[in-house]
Design a protein around this ligand. Sequence first.
Ligand code: ATP
Ligand code: MG
Length: 693
Amino acid sequence: MAPASLVVMSSLEPSDPREDLLSDLDPEQRAAVLAVHGPVVILAGAGSGKTRVISRRTAYAIATGVVAPDQALVVTFTDKAAGEMGERLRVLGLPGVTARTFHAHALSQIRHFWASRHDGADMPALLDSKLSMVGPLARHLPGNYRFRPAKDIADEIEWAKVRRVAPRDYEREAAAAHREPPIPGDLLAKVYDQYERLKVKAHRMDFEDLLLETVRLLEDDPDAAETVRARKSWISVDEYQDTNPLQERLLELWMGDRRDLCVVGDEDQAIYTFTGASSGYLRSFATRWEGALELSLMNNYRSSPQVLALANRLISADGRTKQLVATRPDGPDPVIAKHTTDVVELAALCAWITLRLREGTKPAEVAVLVRINAQLPPIEEALTRAGIAYQVRGLRFYARPEVRTAVITLRKLATSDAPDASLLGPALAGRVRALWREALGFDETAEEDEAGSGQEARERRASLETLLAIVESLAAGDGTLTATALLAALDARAAHEREGAADGVNLLTLHRAKGLEWDAVALPSLEEGNLPIRQAASAAGDDEAIAEERRLLYVGMTRAREHLLLSWALQRDVRGRMARREASRFLDDLRPPPSNRVTVLPGSPMHPTADRAPRPGATGDPLFETLRAWRTEQARLEAVPPYVIAHDNTLTLIAQSRPRTRPALRRIPGIGPDKLERYGDEILAIVERSLIG
Ligand code: ATP
Ligand code: MG
């Protein structure tokens, strides 16, 4: 036994910093951190500590003298992630380490060498967005194409540039890759070409040029390559599954013939294939880098076993065998909720968030993740109405250009002090609609294709539809509402939104959510057409597009530590009309095996009662419950008691006989011609759905 004095002395000794860096890691993570000499590839699932290992490994390599702090580079996927990685390293006592995106690091190099390689000329200024140049070009397109949003065209140009596809090769390459360009391929190639010329003339460079120019510099100039390599000799890359060809080439050039490269990624989280990225680089790493150490991390430290069970089910339905292994204690069961309408879904979402906040979850620990930004405005509006502060990664609703323009046009109506009687309450809403149609070309009844089917068009449309719905609800609630009062009400909402920005509930797209985590995560609108997105579902035979949509949902679900809500609605307001919706095909894959515990709301095809087959038409029968929920919502919309819509007996008879045609429905007592006219389609849709589900 050691003498007592020695024991005391050793406990007073400062602990070995190297041991501190390893002490809270599991054996696999520890092995990865200890592997400080590359090449190393870590293939591991969500929440298994890949990002943690990257920062620890860097710290450990520095602490053991393997690399000097200024020689280490950590490449992250976004600037935000770079900031967080920098912070993790600072906490570990390493302020000097460079953590940057591919773009940021390329920019520092091209800036450094530009003047000396271009006869002292200034470097072209960076073009923050292609829109300022693509916009005017797009407006000169023939026919209706000139109304197509410039952003969608700019995105397509980006796809081509990232893959080093020149304008003259665009059509061929796009066809080979089954792209669906926002305008015909020949026109897109033309705009792309014009854009490139215009940009050179204006002495500008865009983000892809930044990577391209750096690649060219390092390929053609051995001295520059030598200098660059001498500065950073030890490189790690996070989120490597989403690397695009240009970035991969840049990485090769940064490495030269050195071998201290560590990449980490999860091919089940590859969600940027559509921009030209490929998880193939991750999968082939060990064969491309001879002698590479291939490691995996086994445990998940982020999510409850309940969340992981659901995520595992989703990914195994795609034939993948990987399973995330839980280490955290049990949490609440995830909720899968089916709603009658989008309005009901939003109300339920707000109620779910309110409950989390009451339980003590901080607003910043709650996230609502959406497939496309166009889903955000109605959610933002519902949160505002529910008094829940939020922050949007991206633009807030009232700060969006189209919303600001639309509000400004309303000032025209508010110039007169003596209000015109034809501009009060509901009449005012009618005038607003007419005004926006005239001034903004906004027609909420138009088919989508007329307005353009790209993402920007959908977002603009969703914003204006939401704003119109707000105007209509304000006008309906106050028959004497003046234009001035309307403007004041909208200003108050904009102010409320600004105040909530600092630490509210997070609203963001699934794409932006990668790498992040929250206590509570909600994934609304899980319907066919939204997730998988319509374009993915319609691309004939394109299983890869569907697989990427599945991975997006997987990324979303694996962001949750404890609470997870998945929801969808049977009907959704699409351009002023109620459209029938179908549950996302991915929800079918989440159906629990009999022993599993997942809370599924009544009425869902996944509800346990669906398996036990309760008496048709009785409480507990999913169809009867769905009909009742529909009736409640309809009654609320029409501001009448539920029995005015339909008696319980009528709903029971419908649930028992399950009519599939209008004449069959008409035969049910309680369904007269008027009811058939008003509700026939909706009831038949509900019955149809129950038969499929
Ligand atoms: P993603 O695939 O989503 O990017 P990841 O593999 O990068 O996930 P991290 O973000 O590094 O995972 O870790 C997930 C969470 O688990 C973080 O909160 C992290 O601090 C925690 N964590 C990781 N390893 C451990 C560990 N050994 N003990 C306790 N917590 C851990
Ligand atoms: Mg990570």
